[in-house]
Unconditional design. Structure first.
Length: 107
């Protein structure tokens, strides 16, 4: 067992817990806006799709330090792509919430 493996596992678990807390908070805030569970799921689906895309990018880095003399450019590219996904997600969430609110107002 590597010395830092347990610490890394704890950090990963903490990140996942924080991510879930953020989703729970977002769902609670949407509930306060009288969003139905189905409407909340519409927003959460955007997050799930973005998380999947990000995980695929992260997985693409596995072994990059073995296959390349310098993995840094690939790591920077993945980082930039993740940042773009996160920015797009924020815009998509804002747009989806506005769309749902408009739909509710027109009922």
């Amino acid at each position: 067992m590597f010395f830092g493996k347990k610490k890394e596992e704890n950090l990963t678990k903490k990140i996942e817990e924080d991510r879930e807390k953020i989703k729970e908070t977002m769902a609670a805030n949407l509930k306060k806006l009288n969003f139905t569970n189905m409407e909340i799921n519409e927003v959460m689906e955007l997050i799930a799709v973005a998380e999947t895309k990000i995980q695929i990018l992260k997985d693409s880095l596995i072994g990059s330090n073995i296959n390349n003399d310098d993995p840094t450019p690939q790591m920077k590219q993945v980082h930039d792509e993740i940042m773009a996904i996160q920015q797009q997600l924020a815009a998509d969430i804002k747009s989806k919430v506005a769309q749902i609110r408009e739909r509710k107002a027109n009922r």
